[in-house]
Design a protein around this ligand. Structure first.
Ligand code: DSN
Length: 436
């Protein structure tokens, strides 16, 4: 067995796929709001020898030997997360966003307990109580929705639902809501009804870290986030929380553990096995990048680009849910263009034009999630590439042409030429070949 083998020679099929994926990413305009281009340094850490280690437990409390460097690594990742977000406690072990949310529910709720989350169709997440997800199956879930006219959250309506339903937990957070979230208002409601408040900032973590969105840290009991979206890190997640005992007294009256201990023991040994130390190394690298002043500039530009893209689309007679954006994402409502339920058609036509987006439900969707009437776009990835407001105009023009043509193939082919010209000016990972 040769440990020094390289993928090009040992597995040419996969090697070829990696190179083709690199080309696809390089030549296309990536607008899926939950995606990003991470740093080469993050990929190097994720592909490092930390892949080989097992380290069940937490720093200096492990079940296996050989963890002295992993202890140092995880401690540094925790310290950097705490500094970046200003939180009291951070658990950096969750494998991804869904397991992170699952760990919080496991820590704080009993099966069938009630929680209140954002309706998936209007901008929530599967794990915020969808009936097809473990959250909807294991817990009693009720939801709040956007106002049908403004397509924005009305906190007074959320408050009334919370008072009526008396949930044990309220979730704030989004995956397809283009407006700011008022975490302070959510916290006030949670306190009024004696509920935990969990904020899921997976989409906006980079904006929060960059200071361009209100942070939930001073308010929410628990905050979860993935690390690979606007934060630009590796695939993974973290959980942050307060360390007060008051919280666990509410529902775990006989427990001596505080909130942080409840979260930690839900992650391990409750749900997960050994942490992915290679990914945790990569998380630490990304936190270090996000602590630099340049990251604030990046986050500011993400929002500026989203606003520019939104304004240009609206100028081209494209209808946006809530008529604009405050954050990194935009939701196009294609119903006025006669494209109700045609999300898949337009997603494919945009793919052919080199623009990657995802079809998405619109609030109160009249069609189905698989054939929805909306298109979700976001600017974290194009901003990582260095694109600014003038490039957003080129992208908006391409999207509008494809939508107005109702997915005409010739139109997609013509837009594709403009996109290739655009992306050629913004090289991605210059000089990269496979893992070097
Ligand atoms: N898949 C993520 C998103 O696109 O928002 C959420 O899990």
């Amino acid at each position: 067995m040769n440990l020094m083998n390289d993928i090009e020679t040992s597995d040419p099929k996969i090697s070829d796929m990696i190179l083709r994926e690199l080309k696809r990413q390089e030549e296309g305009v990536e607008l899926i709001p939950s995606e990003n281009y991470t740093y080469r340094s993050v990929m190097q850490a994720a592909g490092s020898v930390f892949t080989n280690k097992y380290s069940e437990g937490y720093p200096h409390k492990r079940y296996y030997g050989g963890n002295e460097i992993v202890d140092e690594l995880e401690t540094l990742a925790i310290e950097r997360a705490k500094k970046l977000f200003g939180c009291e406690h951070a658990n950096v072990q969750p494998y991804s966003g869904s397991p992170a949310n699952q760990a919080v529910y496991f820590a704080l709720l009993n099966l069938k307990d009630k929680f209140l989350g954002f309706n998936l169709t209007s901008g929530g997440h599967l794990t915020h109580g969808s009936h097809v997800n473990f959250s909807g199956k294991n817990y009693t879930c009720v939801s709040y929705d956007v106002d049908p006219k403004t397509e924005m959250l009305d906190m007074e309506v959320v408050r009334k639902i919370a008072i009526k339903e008396k949930p044990k937990m309220i979730i704030s957070g989004l995956t397809a809501y283009p407006r700011k979230i008022d975490f302070k208002a959510f916290q006030e409601i949670a306190e009024e009804v004696d509920a935990y408040h969990m904020a899921d900032i997976s989409h906006i973590a980079g904006l929060v870290a960059g200071g361009v969105h209100q942070s939930p840290i001073p308010y929410a009991d628990v905050v979860t986030t993935t690390t690979h979206k606007s934060l630009r890190g590796p695939r993974g997640a973290i959980i942050m929380c307060k360390t007060e005992d008051r919280l666990h007294d509410l529902y775990h009256a006989n427990s001596k553990k505080n909130l942080a201990q409840l979260i930690d023991s839900a992650v391990f040994p409750g749900l997960q096995g050994g942490p992915h130390d290679n990914v945790n190394a990569a998380k630490a690298v990304a936190f270090n990048e996000a602590l630099k002043p340049e990251f604030k500039t990046y986050a500011t530009q993400v929002v500026k680009n989203a606003k520019a893209l939104a304004e240009e689309l609206m100028a081209l007679d494209i209808k946006l849910v809530s008529n604009g954006t405050d954050n990194h994402l935009i939701l196009i409502d294609m119903r006025p263009d006669g494209l109700t339920g045609e999300g898949k058609l337009i997603q494919n036509a945009l793919d052919a034009a080199g623009i990657t987006v995802n079809k998405n439900t619109v609030p109160y969707e009249p069609s189905t999630p698989f054939n929805p009437s909306g298109m979700r776009l976001g600017t974290p990835a194009v901003t990582s590439r260095g694109m600014k407001e003038s490039e957003m105009k080129v992208i908006a023009a391409g999207i509008a042409k494809v939508i107005k043509s109702k997915g005409d193939k010739t139109v997609s082919a013509n837009v594709h030429k403009d996109i290739l010209e655009l992306t050629a000016k913004f090289p991605l990972y210059p000089g990269m070949s496979i893992l070097k």
